[in-house]
Write a new protein. Structure first.
Lengths: 421, 322
C-alpha cells in the first residue's frame, strides 16, 4: 500500500499543479456521525472525514510507479478514469504516458484518436506538455502476435488455421483479460513509456482480470487437454490411472456431447502449441508476477451502488491476499449536491410554501434539492460499506460531472476533480 | 410446439447497459407478472447475486426458491443458474452419470468442457431457461413466466445467439440438437427481450444499437424501459425569488445556499428537458416505452413493488391485446 500523507494540505504545493483557493481536502474534520458527515461531504463533494484520502497527484507523479491498473466491475467509469488519469500524468506531471483501453465508448475513443483497432499506440493530439499515447486492445491480433513471435511462419499459419485456435482467440471468455496482460507486458518491454495506465476488460467481475489468464493457461496447458491430446500418450496413461474409471466415461461423454471433430482440433492445436510456446502457464504466471512488483499500482474503481461496492470489496481482499500493490479506491458517479441544507428541512420548507400556494416555484426548487440530498445520502451509505470493510485503503470520492466525458477538456476536468484541485 | 400457440411472451429477457438498473427492472417485472395464482421464476446467470439483496433474501443457488409474493397474490421464485451445474444436470439427465459426474467435476473436466467449447456455457444457461419455461407439473405449466436478469446489452446478442455460434463447433452431438431447439424458442414470440436504459446519451445510444443488433439477429425485442426518470416540476425561478421564498418558509437565505439551490435546480431542469428528447428517440423504434421513476433512496423491496405497479399496466395490457 502506498504511503498516504496524514494531512494532504500540509504537502508543499507543486508548481506544476494548477492551484485554486478551495481545498476540498480541508473539509471540516470531526466524528463522522451518520447525520452530519454525509451533509458536510455532500456540500464539498469530497471523501468524508475519517477515511484516508487518496492523493491522486502524488500517485501520478511518483516516478517509481510505471504501471497503474484501473480495475472494477462494469459500468463504474473505469475507461474514463484510466484515460483522465493518463492525460493528467502527461500534462500536469510531464510523464511520457500510454493508456491501454479495452472497449472505450465511441466518443471517448474519438477524442483519444483510438477509433481504429490497430493495436499500436498512437500519439493523442492536442496534449499540452508531456506526451500521451493511446491504444485500444485488439485481443485476436495480440494473440496472433504472441503465436507469431514464438514460432516459424509455417507453424504459425497452421495454428491460425485451426478452428479451435480461432474459437479460443476470439471468443473464449478469458482471452481478453489474458491478452490485456500480454499487451501490458509487451508495452513494458519496449521501455518506450515511463507510465502505462491500464483499463481492464468489462468483465462481469473485477476478479476475472486476475483469474482469467490463469484459467486460459490452465485450459491450454492443463492436464485435461493433455489427457485428450493424442500427442502425449504418456501423460494420457498417467492421467488415466489417476482418474480411474471416470476417464473412460469422460472421453466417451465428451466426444458425444461436443462432437468428435472438436477433440481432434484441440489435439492438433495442443500438438502445435507444445513445441512452440513452452507452456502457456509459465507465461501467464510471469505476467501475473510482474503485476506484483512495486512498480505497479492498482486502483479499484467503484460506483455508489451495492453491487459495485460489493465487487470493490471482494477485489480489494483478493489483491491483498495476492500481495498486489493496491494504492487506492476511486468512487465515481456520486450525485452532486450544491446546497447545504438537509432533505428534511428542505421538505418542511417546501410544505410550508405550498400551504399558501401549491404551485410555489421555490417549493419545487426545494423538493428538487431534497431529492438530490436523499439520493446522495443513500449513495454515501452504500459507499461507506467499502470503508467499513477496507478501512486502510485511501479513497477518493467524485461527484458526477453533470456532462458526459467526450473530449480532452472533459477528461482534464475529470482528472482535476480526481486530484481535488 | 408452435409459436402461434403462445402469442404472449413467457420468457422475458431483461438487458441494459451496466448501471441502468436492469436487475431492479427484472425483479419488478417478475413481481408485476405474478398476478393472482400465477407463478413466476426470476433467474440470474452470471453468479452476480444481484437479485437476493433486492429481496433481502439469502444468496440464490441452483435450486429454485420462493422469493416474494407477487403484486396480486402470485408467487415469485428465484434461481441463480451456473453453467457447470447445468452441464452436470444435463449429463445426469441424458447419460445417467450418477457419482461419475461428481468425479468429473472434481477432476476439473466439467470446467474444462464448459470453457473449451465457446458458447457451451451460454447454451447450457439458455437451455436451462428453456427447461424452466416448458416444464409442466400435474397438467399445468410450472411457471407462467420466466424473467431473466440477462448479461448487459454489449453482450446480449452474443449470449442469445450463441446457439448459432455453437452450431459450428457442436454440429453432431446432442448439445448441437439441444442448442437448435433452444434457438427456436429464443427466436419465437414466446420470448421478449426488454431493453432498459436511463435518460442519458450513452445508455440510450446503446439501447438503439442493441435494438438494431437484436433485429438483425432476428431476436424478438419487447418493451423499452426508460428507468430512473427524475420527477422534478418545471418552473421559472430566479435567485431573487428563491431568496424571498426561503424567507417566507422561515429559512435564512444565505447567498451560498441560494446559489447552490439555483445551480441544482437548473441542472435538474436541463435533465427533465432532455428526458423528452430521449423518450422521443426511443419511441421512434416503434416499441412500447415504459417509464420508471428514480427512487431517491435506491431500490429496496418496497421500491420494487412500487416499480412493479408502474410496470403492470403496460405488461397486463400486452397480455390482453396478445
Amino acid at each position: 500500500m502506498a504511503e498516504t500523507p496524514e494531512n494532504p494540505a500540509a504537502e508543499p504545493p507543486r508548481l506544476d499543479v494548477p492551484t485554486e483557493v478551495s481545498r476540498p481536502d480541508a473539509a471540516p474534520a470531526g466524528a463522522p456521525t451518520p447525520d452530519a458527515a454525509p451533509i458536510a461531504a455532500a456540500r464539498l463533494n469530497v471523501t468524508p472525514a475519517g477515511i484516508p484520502g487518496l492523493d491522486v497527484d502524488a500517485l501520478l507523479s511518483n516516478k517509481d510507479k510505471h504501471v497503474i491498473a484501473c480495475c472494477g466491475s462494469g459500468g463504474v467509469g473505469k475507461t474514463t478514469t484510466a484515460a483522465a488519469l493518463a492525460l493528467r500524468a502527461a500534462e500536469v506531471h510531464g510523464r511520457s504516458t500510454v493508456v491501454l483501453t479495452i472497449d472505450p465508448a465511441r466518443r471517448l475513443a474519438q477524442s483519444l484518436g483510438v477509433e481504429a483497432l490497430d493495436n499500436v499506440p498512437k500519439a493523442v493530439e492536442a496534449v499540452r506538455g508531456g506526451s500521451l499515447d493511446a491504444m485500444m486492445l485488439d485481443m485476436k491480433r495480440t494473440f496472433d502476435e504472441v503465436v507469431a513471435s514464438h514460432t516459424t511462419p509455417e507453424r504459425a499459419a497452421e495454428i491460425f488455421a485451426n478452428p479451435f485456435y480461432q474459437a479460443v482467440s476470439s471468443t473464449f471468455s478469458g482471452t481478453q483479460e489474458y491478452m490485456a496482460m500480454e499487451k501490458l507486458g509487451q508495452l513494458r518491454a519496449t521501455g518506450q513509456w515511463d507510465l502505462i495506465v491500464l483499463d481492464t476488460p468489462p468483465s462481469r467481475s473485477a476478479l476475472d482480470f486476475l483469474d482469467a489468464p490463469a484459467r486460459l493457461a490452465r485450459l491450454l496447458d492443463g492436464r485435461v487437454i493433455r489427457l485428450l491430446s493424442a500427442s502425449t500418450p504418456g501423460a494420457r496413461r498417467s492421467m488415466l490411472s489417476l482418474m480411474g474409471a471416470s476417464a473412460a466415461v469422460f472421453t466417451r461423454v465428451f466426444n458425444k456431447v461436443l462432437g468428435g471433430h472438436l477433440l481432434t482440433d484441440v489435439a492438433e492445436f495442443t500438438a502445435s502449441l507444445e513445441d512452440t510456446f513452452g507452456g502457456f502457464r509459465k507465461r501467464a504466471e510471469a505476467t501475473f508476477r510482474a503485476l506484483q512488483d512495486d512498480q505497479t499500482s492498482f486502483l479499484v474503481i467503484a460506483a455508489p451502488e451495492p453491487a459495485a461496492v460489493g465487487e470493490a470489496v471482494y477485489f480489494t481482499r483478493r489483491l491483498t491476499e495476492e500481495r498486489m500493490p493496491l494504492d487506492g479506491m476511486i468512487l465515481n458517479r456520486l450525485t452532486p449536491v450544491a446546497a447545504d441544507l438537509t432533505a428534511e428541512r428542505a421538505l418542511g420548507a417546501a410544505a410550508a410554501l405550498e400551504e399558501s400556494d401549491v404551485d410555489d416555484p421555490v417549493a419545487a426548487v426545494l423538493r428538487t434539492h431534497a431529492d438530490l440530498a436523499r439520493r446522495r445520502a443513500a449513495e454515501e451509505r452504500v459507499a461507506a460499506r467499502y470503508a467499513a470493510a477496507c478501512p486502510e485503503v485511501p479513497q477518493r470520492w467524485l461527484p458526477t460531472l453533470g456532462v458526459e466525458v467526450v473530449d480532452l477538456d472533459d477528461l482534464r476536468a475529470f482528472g482535476a476533480t480526481a486530484a481535488g484541485v | 410446439m408452435t409459436a402461434s400457440a403462445f402469442p404472449v411472451p413467457r420468457l422475458h429477457i431483461v438487458t441494459g447497459k451496466g448501471g441502468t438498473g436492469k436487475t431492479s427492472v427484472a425483479a419488478a417485472l417478475a413481481l408485476a407478472l405474478a398476478g393472482t395464482g400465477r407463478r413466476v421464476l426470476l433467474v440470474e446467470v452470471e453468479g452476480r447475486q444481484g437479485i437476493a439483496p433486492l429481496f433481502d433474501a439469502p444468496s440464490l443457488g441452483y435450486e429454485e426458491r420462493h422469493l416474494a409474493a407477487g403484486l396480486d397474490g402470485g408467487e415469485v421464485f428465484g434461481q441463480s443458474v451456473d453453467a457447470d451445474e447445468a452441464l452436470l444436470d444435463y449429463l445426469t439427465m441424458f447419460y445417467r452419470l450418477g457419482s461419475a459426474g461428481k468425479a468429473l467435476q472434481k477432476f476439473g473436466a466439467i470446467d474444462f468442457a464448459t470453457t473449451i467449447a465457446p458458447g457451451l456455457r451460454d447454451i447450457l444457461l439458455t437451455g436451462k431457461l428453456k427447461e424452466a419455461v416448458s416444464r409442466a407439473e400435474a397438467g399445468r405449466m410450472s411457471y407462467d413466466a420466466v424473467v431473466l436478469d440477462a448479461p448487459p446489452t454489449g453482450r446480449i446478442v452474443k449470449f442469445l445467439n450463441v446457439t448459432v455460434e455453437s452450431g459450428r463447433l457442436a454440429k453432431t452431438g446432442p448439445i448441437g440438437k439441444h442448442s437448435r431447439s433452444v434457438a427456436r424458442m429464443l427466436h419465437s414470440s414466446l420470448t421478449a427481450v426488454h431493453l432498459v436504459t436511463t435518460p442519458a446519451a450513452m445508455p440510450v445510444q446503446e439501447t438503439l444499437d442493441a435494438n438494431k443488433e437484436l433485429m438483425a439477429a432476428d431476436l424478438p425485442v419487447g418493451h423499452l424501459v426508460l428507468n430512473k426518470v427524475a420527477g422534478a416540476k418545471a418552473v421559472e425561478v430566479e435567485a431573487e425569488a428563491i431568496n424571498a421564498g426561503l424567507e417566507r418558509a422561515g429559512l435564512t437565505p444565505e447567498p451560498a445556499l441560494v446559489t447552490g439551490l439555483l445551480k441544482e435546480y437548473s441542472a435538474a431542469r436541463a435533465e427533465i428537458e432532455s428526458i423528452d428528447a430521449y423518450r422521443d428517440r426511443l419511441e421512434q423504434l416503434g416499441r412500447p416505452v415504459e417509464e420508471l421513476p428514480l427512487l431517491p433512496e435506491g431500490v429496496d423491496l418496497s421500491g420494487l413493488y412500487q416499480l412493479a405497479r408502474v410496470l403492470r399496466p403496460g405488461i397486463i395490457g400486452e397480455r390482453r391485446n396478445g
